[in-house]
Design a protein around this ligand. Structure first.
Ligand code: NAD
Length: 273
């Protein structure tokens, strides 16, 4: 079932599977979101920088679903980091979405060169306490950023959204998340298709009749991660929710582990500004 959920460390629940809307054109976002929600998606991953928050909100309203049935995430962009600028940025996101509350708000990148993520985090704590945001988390944080954030503020993010796919398995960061009580959520989960023809993926696909994309998405879920694939096509959206009627065996999970090369598709969070 696409509505499987994980418990966050603040007691709220998050669907394991969601729709990512990076690079979904603004004028197609409402339709894409409404189609996905009709297919059973219950989480949409947006961000201010994606330029399509209005479409996300519109798609939610088009779906006819009650607000409480859909989990909406957005993110504070790098240029808005800092205490007061974060308060303004989140109010801007809420206005564009047409919502009075976010389910989850993330700091999009740590941007250590600017060193504002502690003030940004304090603003998110305030917005959570005021009820504008139900849960707060981070994205692209490395171990040192997480440890400093928690050491300075005492507030543990509910989730860290990180690049993860078969070629970048993030084993040590996921182990830290487990120790700290942080949910791992995988961005670019399909890894730009670079593992679609890898032998362990094809072996599971042949055994189960599933596609390489479904095998990889299922692998994320079995690692305990939440996953947010993107598609704008109805058949792709439908394919990516059919993940709950098969399993990778322990041996197949071990074979997948061997695909890790530590290779990123996206920027390095230590330097990205
Ligand atoms: P993705 O791994 O979801 O892959 C998307 C690509 O795969 C698209 O080209 C799509 O057409 C194709 N695809 C989708 N389903 C397929 C299928 N079943 N078979 C074959 N091809 C398929 O990549 P993404 O969009 O980069 O990442 C997912 C989401 O993660 C984004 O939309 C965004 O919400 C989030 N994200 C976050 C960050 C961050 O810094 N926090 C960075 C990048 C992405």
């Amino acid at each position: 079932m696409p509505t499987d959920r994980l418990r966050l460390n603040d007691g709220h629940m998050i669907p394991t599977l969601g729709l990512g809307i990076w690079q979904v054109p603004a004028d197609r976002t409402a339709d894409t979101v409404a189609t996905a929600l009709g297919l059973g998606y219950r989480l949409v991953d947006g961000a201010a920088i994606y330029g399509n928050e209005a479409g996300l909100g519109e798609g939610l309203r088009q779906s006819g679903l009650p607000r409480d049935e859909v989990f909406v995430t957005t993110k504070v962009w790098n240029d808005d980091q800092g205490h007061d600028s974060t308060l303004r940025a989140v109010e801007g996101s809420l206005a564009r979405l047409g919502l009075d509350r976010l389910d989850l708000c993330l700091i999009h990148w740590p941007v250590p060169a600017r060193d504002r993520y502690l003030d940004t985090w304090r603003a998110l704590i305030r917005l959570r306490d005021e009820g504008r945001v139900r849960s707060i988390g981070v994205s692209n944080f490395m171990a040192s950023h997480l440890e400093r954030l928690v050491g300075e503020t005492g507030v543990v993010p509910v989730l860290n959204q990180i690049e993860m796919n078969p070629r970048l398995q993030q084993t040590s960061l996921r182990a830290l998340h487990d120790r700290m009580g942080i949910v791992s959520q995988s961005w670019t989960p399909l890894g730009q298709g670079r593992s679609f023809t890898a032998a362990p993926v094809l072996a599971v696909a042949a055994r189960t009749g599933k596609s390489p994309a479904q095998v990889i998405l299922r692998w994320h879920l079995q690692l305990g991660a939440s996953v947010i694939p993107r598609s704008t096509r109805a058949d792709g959206l439908a394919e990516n929710v059919r993940l709950f009627d098969f399993d990778l065996t322990d041996g197949e999970m071990a074979a997948m582990a061997a695909l890790d090369e530590g290779a990123r598709c996206g920027p390095d969070p230590a330097t990205f500004a």
